[in-house]
Design a protein around this ligand. Structure first.
Ligand SMILES: Cc1ncc(COP(=O)(O)O)c(C=O)c1O
Ligand SMILES: [Zn+2]
Length: 368
């Protein structure tokens, strides 16, 4: 295979094997791969799922392993939210098998795990990524342990359990949950199906960009993106970068990232011109999906936002709840984390002609 993992900090290369998940220096691993080429004329023959872009993903040549894993995820609707604002579109990414955008990353990551011959995975999550990993692992015949906070939405815990995963709850912060999972990885030597650490997750979330490009027949001006660990943000960024490298778009859209005011390490680092976010002592937020006090890929996230001349906005709890009601008033019942993203859009200063995409990342019935 001509792909490698490469450390974002020191540039060390690693073979892609079951047990590698971070660099010896502690740095985060990216994928080093040959230039992606996409032949748009082939797309009309492809299925209406995110796998229409499989040629751009780092699988073995002619790999069809994904067919054993897919549940038809992706190619979600892109529609005008309100006809008085024709240039603001929502991408209904909760229309996924497990009801959140995390299926994009989980489907690819589990297909990769299957290709590597993995038989058991461990992951930690604020809820939705764990749900998605559990579902796809089950489908692929891979055993699965998911680490979650004790206070995770009961509906998400039930969803994970329903897929037969072994739920290991941790009494502590989201960072404590990640630390417990990593300790288990080191002791039990299983594959770390982490949406944060494993770059194959981003090979999946990047299809968000490909779909928008194909559905719009061009690129938007601006992406509003909720950010905790940055799996959608980085996936979207990488996807649009690949489209640019293929000469299919003229620019990577501006990324406007949204954090909850109660837990906003990236917003703080952005304002202070820091290249890396420091861990903060966050307060609780209803937006559990973005309650990440120490995002491991903060360097890459800040780079992506700055490179696109973007910005990071914060929203408070009241604004989040109002935004949830406002979206429901337009027909979309979303989970609270997704409402935070819409609240950010409502605060974002823009002109009527700016083409903006808002992802509706998680379904309303997932949270209280
Ligand atoms: C519904 C929803 N939106 C957004 C996010 C944020 O994604 P990330 O932490 O990868 O930035 C999550 C993460 O769990 C989520 O569940
Ligand atoms: Zn390194």
């Amino acid at each position: 295979m001509s792909e490698y993992y490469v450390c974002h900090s020191c540039g060390t290369k690693y073979e892609i094997t079951e047990n590698v998940w971070k660099c010896k220096c502690g740095g985060m691993l990216d994928l080093l791969k040959q230039k992606v080429t996409l032949d748009p004329s082939k797309l009309s023959e492809r299925p209406p799922t995110m796998w229409r872009y499989v040629d751009t993903m780092a699988f073995e040549n002619d790999s069809t392993i994904w067919r054993k894993v897919t549940m038809g995820e992706g190619y979600t609707p892109l529609i005008v939210l309100d006809e008085t604002k024709p240039n603001t579109l929502v991408k209904v990414d909760y229309m996924m098998p497990t009801l959140s955008f995390k299926d994009r990353g989980a489907a690819v990551l589990i297909a990769k795990a299957k290709e590597l011959g993995v038989t058991r995975v461990i992951a930690d999550s604020s809820g939705n990524a764990g749900t998605a990993i559990a579902a796809y692992a089950k489908r692929a015949g891979i055993a699965c342990d998911i680490f979650l906070r004790e206070g995770t939405s009961p509906k998400k815990i039930a969803q994970v359990k329903a897929h037969g995963a072994n739920v290991r709850t941790v009494n502590g912060t989201r960072e404590d949950v990640a630390a417990a999972a990593q300790k288990a990885i080191n002791e039990e030597k299983h594959f770390y199906a982490s949406h944060v650490y494993n770059p194959f997750f981003y090979e999946g979330t990047k299809t968000y960009a490909y779909e928008i490009w194909e559905q719009m027949k061009s690129e938007p001006d601006t992406l509003i993106i909720p950010v905790g660990n940055g799996t959608l943000l980085l996936g979207a960024y990488y996807g649009f970068k690949e489209l640019l490298e293929n000469g299919l778009i003229k620019k990577v859209p501006k990324i406007v990232a949204i954090q909850a005011e109660n837990c906003a390490p990236l917003a703080k680092a952005f304002v202070n011109n820091e290249i890396e976010a420091e861990e903060i002592k966050g307060k609780e937020t209803l937006a559990e999906g973005i309650a990440i006090a120490a995002p491991a890929r903060s360097v890459q996230i800040l780079e992506a936002v700055r490179t696109t001349n973007g910005e990071i906005l914060t929203v408070n709890e009241e604004e989040i709840l109002q935004a949830r009601a406002a979206l429901a008033g337009k027909g979309f019942y979303v989970e609270i984390t997704t409402a935070a993203n819409y609240a950010g859009y409502l605060k974002y200063n823009h002109s009527l002609s700016e083409k903006i995409i808002i992802p509706l990342c998680g379904a309303g019935i997932k949270s209280n």
